[in-house]
Write a protein that binds this ligand. Sequence first.
Ligand code: ARG
Length: 560
Amino acid sequence: MEKHVLALQLSQILGEEFSRDWVYEHIETPKQEKMGDLAFPCFKLSPALRKSPQDLASELAPQLKHDLFENVQPVGGYINIFLNQQFMAEHTLKQILTEQENYGKHTFGEGKTVVFDLSAPNIAKPFSMGHLRSTVIGNSLANLAANSGYETVKINYIGDYGTQFGKLLSAYKNWGDEEKIRANPLAELTKIYVKFHEEAKHNAELIDEGRQWFKKLEQQDEEALRLWRWFKEVSLEEFEKIYQLLGIEFDLTRGEAYYNDKMDSTVELLKEHQLLEDSDGAKVVRLDEEGIPPCLIKKSDGTTIYATRDLTAAIDRFNSYSFDEALYVVGHEQSLHFSQIKHVLNKLGFNWAQNVKHIPFGMMLQDGKKMSTRQGKTILLENVLKEAIQQASDSIEEKNPHLRNKETVARQVGVGAVIFHDLKQDRRNDVEFSIEDMLRFEGNTAPYLQYSYVRAQSILQKGDFKADASTPFLSDEKAWSLIKQIRKFPEATAKAYKEYDPSQIAKYLLDLAKTFNQYYTHTKILQGAQQDAKLTLVYGFSLVLKQGLSLLGIEAPEEM
Ligand code: ARG
């Protein structure tokens, strides 16, 4: 509100040349609180108005007048604005009490649909840290989209097809043990798959055998199909355990293989548009004009590949949901692939291709190197989650052994720690896998935030707080920083979605909790005057923190 008021006034004073939106975009928050609550940098106006920023600031400052503004000062080329704390505090508390859970929600997505491609693990392989990244980033983006009013569709596009399954079938026929696989599917299947690669180094026949098995699978050979289905079933059961721990659900779980008998029409369409070209026996779509390598559609042996399935899936998704945006949350090592997909869809004349977006993220590194299943080096996510939950549980036993719902809280805290470790950094960065860092329970972590929430809950309980809509009078200078933080929430949620960046919420919540903890240290909330008002502020804080955590996919326990 305050930024809008400032933008409107300033743009009216400046005239048509400077729109309200333009002014709004340039409003800043001074780094130091003593410089004011809002600032406008006049050097942005200098070139057009041909005056020095200092002169402009001195000229404009006295013209800005509003009940919201306590004081307006020109300082070194900036207009610094001090807000009327009394007014703002009351306004904020009133807004929170009326809007409740809707505080921080938006309507700009209403009537629009976003389809998310997230998680997408590969069957018969462990659920990797890369898939964890896709799952938690994708889930949080979907939450942020829903928070802005969008209809969301979360699709888990399971990797259940490709030549590697020929190798796996051959490995199973040579060394597979049904009992062992039933007991521990992903680990066992990975083991024989790794063994296949080891053996194949000095046994060329094996490679050929793998190829034969893939052919059988393509031709729907009964045994190949039965085994493949079984691998898929046991894998999905394992993945489901992880999704349950993470508290994540999908609207649709669909494997790549679903598109096997639907790709012909995509190939036909490419032919009709005269986009298919021969290249050493393979069929490709050239993307020379786009300056990238051709997109491979059919291999020389006639088999279709990953890209063909993704093209088919994208068309199918548009036909099913007529999406306004389709976001693919996949590691940046697949950037070329998605750029090819987008360009090919574009060449096919689909104008919605512009709304197909790859949302890349960095790799999870181990000792500075990429983790790979082939070398059997991958860390099992399920173990990481279990370890985190165990450590949370140990710490509860130590600090609060009589806590109710201990198991639930341990899961909320342990899993929250793992999710937050990922989301607190810019998704584009690589992350060094460090179980110690993930589970650190103090500092910039989920447990720190959850603990702050619990502290607020306990104050509210002690103060017997009731969230009714009467607006208490709050004049408390120490509360000002916290009021200001709470006011930033709606803007943070909108921006985090628009920039596809959950880390903005994570960082915001850390600032918010720090500000609250400072307030808590300096103010006797349950003593002295204005207890209702102070409690309402604590309530506002806890409401925003809980909403924010849930946007990240993290639960807030009431006690811990
Ligand atoms: N299963 C793939 C992998 O693990 C990721 C799939 C991503 N989604 C997609 N539509 N291509 O590499």
